[in-house]
Design a protein around this ligand. Structure first.
Ligand code: ARG
Length: 272
């Protein structure tokens, strides 16, 4: 018994020396995650296809050069560098974004997506990376909107199938003709700007960003923290895809720990 152990130990030591001895390769091995066996050190870093509805500034949008940029893009890119994977962002319409994940066309979604119990039935999520809340945007000249309840008899625009759509359905009724649904948030906000609706309900970050950048529209925002619960964004991952989930979470934890996340937050939102 003792004999065998000693032989084993000697063997292990030998292979450690052998590794250390082969210059280049040993350096590569050191770059691999500590837990990965040496044999996989030369294996390629996996590249994941990420679906993003890039019409949702400041979380994901296209800049003047048509590049996909934004808070979510920076967070996931930084997490990838730490988590040992690569990301390829593909602009993907919101409608069908979840189907694309399920069918395997996308490995991850980065789209300011709220983690909900209902969505958790059909997909897994990374750990949360951002806290949000619904916010009301009110059209120029519309008065008397102080709380969410005040939208009861108003025309309200939402992005189809979002958490904003859900809350408005609860207030106005699922089939209410006063809910105007749009494929993306810019279309919903356009309707607000042209006076087709009295208000729009959407994620606070996006509404605030729009109001700030379009002062000529005269749109105002109304908070109602009593009516809207906090929401947490996560990156959806195909159900049961532990490999991707583990890597994304490891990357997220690393960028939260080393200050990268705070830097990105500051870049987009100015504060901590
Ligand atoms: N957070 C909301 C939700 O999950 C809205 C997300 C919309 N994102 C987008 N990129 N259009 O339903």
């Amino acid at each position: 018994m003792k004999q065998t152990r000693r032989t084993l130990l000697a063997g292990m030591l030998l292979s450690v020396f052998a590794l250390a001895g082969c210059g280049q390769k040993a350096e590569k091995a050191a770059e691999a995650p500590a837990s990965a066996p040496a044999a996989s050190a030369s294996a390629k870093v996996p590249e994941y296809t990420v679906g993003t509805d890039a019409s949702y500034a400041p979380f994901e949008f296209q800049n003047d050069q048509k590049q996909i940029v934004g808070f979510d893009i920076d967070v996931l890119t930084a997490a990838a560098a730490k988590g040992g994977f690569k990301v390829k962002f593909v602009n993907t319409p919101w409608e069908g974004i979840f189907a694309g994940l399920q069918q395997g066309d996308r490995d991850i979604l980065a789209s300011a997506i709220t983690i909900t119990e209902e969505r958790k039935q059909s997909m897994d999520f990374s750990d949360p990376y951002f806290e949000a809340r619904q916010l009301i945007a009110v059209a120029k000249g519309v008065t008397g909107v102080k709380t969410f309840q005040d939208l009861k008899n108003k025309k309200v625009a939402v992005q189809t199938g979002t958490t904003g759509d859900e809350v408005v359905q609860k207030l106005l009724g699922k089939t209410s003709p006063n809910i105007k649904r749009f494929e993306n948030m810019p279309l919903a906000l356009k309707e607000l700007q042209t006076g087709g609706v009295d208000a729009a309900v959407g994620d606070n970050g996006v509404v605030i960003n729009y109001v700030k950048n379009n002062p000529q529209d005269g749109i105002t925002s109304v908070e109602d923290t009593a009516s809207f619960a906090p929401e947490f964004y996560g990156f959806p991952i195909r159900k049961g895809n532990k490999e991707v989930q583990t890597k994304v979470n490891a990357g997220l934890a690393a960028i939260k720990a080393d200050g990268t996340y705070d830097q990105i937050f500051k870049k987009y939102f100015g504060t901590k």
